[in-house]
Design a binder for this molecule. Structure first.
Ligand code: C2E
Ligand code: CA
Ligand code: CA
Ligand code: CA
Length: 275
């Protein structure tokens, strides 16, 4: 329905030509960007409330466009997916993240976002195994973040692949939990180690009792199924201390640190919440 709407608009609104033109330029630039090495990985720490230290750094892709400056992944990842470029780009992310993590203390993991397209069209298992081998990174130090769309698009194939990866030692996180549309029943059949609760469930918890009750229920749901819980998008000390009192395991968000260049990885591993 969405693409139909777009098509109709294209014929009646002249400004759509300009937008389409801009998009074509962005596509061409994106294609070149892979070759020109315009991509960079930033890292954001995930803080473990039990061990009271940073457990993981999440790799977040950045595009340093020569004219436009830094282009947000929210703007270019969907495009890279449509163009099929995400397969090469995602492979680059995997290798780079494993190489970076091999330089960190061995108790710190790296997590990598993997798109549904990578699951469908690439030898993802082979890529992951070789990235780990090339970097000399033990599989136990890699966490893969997948979204619901991965599961919806090819359920049986994904399930088999996730089991293989887990058997190999890689852990799996369900990203953006609570934002999708599918039924919750997949939680039972998929071998997630961790659930990452989306930022939208955190925003109001300091002001709104119902928001707090809702996130508490989601945490409980995940814990009941034996999964660890990371809450994303924690920005304030109020949110942090509220979550500290819940059965939540890990915190990610600007309150701990924003994503930063790899050169700051070591510094980001130090985090001491204010009392
Ligand atoms: P995500 O995986 O859900 O990553 C979390 C996003 O929230 C990141 O945005 C991060 O910078 C932002 N964030 C973290 N803490 C806070 C906070 O406290 N407040 C606010 N307002 N935002 C916070 P970013 O880096 O712009 O990435 C956006 C999305 O792009 C990611 O969402 C992910 O879906 C996708 N992405 C990023 N890197 C990759 C990649 O290498 N591969 C794939 N397939 N997708 C990626
Ligand atoms: Ca993520
Ligand atoms: Ca997320
Ligand atoms: Ca997201």
């Amino acid at each position: 329905a969405k693409s139909e709407g777009r098509k109709t608009l294209r014929y009646f609104k002249p400004e759509m030509d300009a937008r389409q033109q801009a998009r074509r330029e962005l596509e061409a630039d994106l294609r070149k960007a892979v070759q020109n090495g315009e991509f960079e990985l930033y890292y954001q720490p995930i803080y473990d409330l039990h061990r009271e230290k940073v457990s993981t750094l999440e790799a977040l892709l950045r595009w340093n466009h020569p004219q436009r400056g830094r282009v947000s992944p929210a703007d270019f990842i969907p495009l890279a997916e449509e163009m099929g470029l995400i397969v090469d780009l995602g492979r680059w992310v995997l290798y780079q993240a494993c190489l970076d993590a091999a330089q960190w203390p061995e108790e710190v993991k790296v997590s990598v976002n993997v798109s549904a397209i990578q699951f469908k069209s690439a030898d993802l298992f082979g890529d992951i195994v070789s990235a780990l081998a090339v970097a000399g990174l033990p599989p136990e130090r890699l966490d893969l973040e997948i979204t619901e769309s991965v599961i919806i698009q090819n359920r049986d194939q994904t399930l088999a692949l996730l089991h293989d990866l887990k058997f190999h030692g890689v852990s799996i996180s369900m990203d953006d939990f609570g934002t999708g549309y599918s039924s919750l029943s997949y939680l039972r059949s998929f071998p997630f180690d961790k659930i990452k609760i989306d930022k939208s469930f955190v925003d109001d918890i300091a002001e709104n009792q119902q928001a707090l009750a809702l996130i508490r229920a989601i945490i409980f749901l995940g814990k009941t199924l034996g999964m660890a819980i990371t809450v994303e998008g924690v920005e304030t000390s109020e949110q942090f201390s509220l979550l500290q009192k819940e059965a939540c395991d890990e915190i990610q968000g600007y309150y701990v640190n924003a994503p930063r260049p790899v050169s700051e990885a070591q510094a980001m591993m130090e985090f001491y919440p204010a009392e």
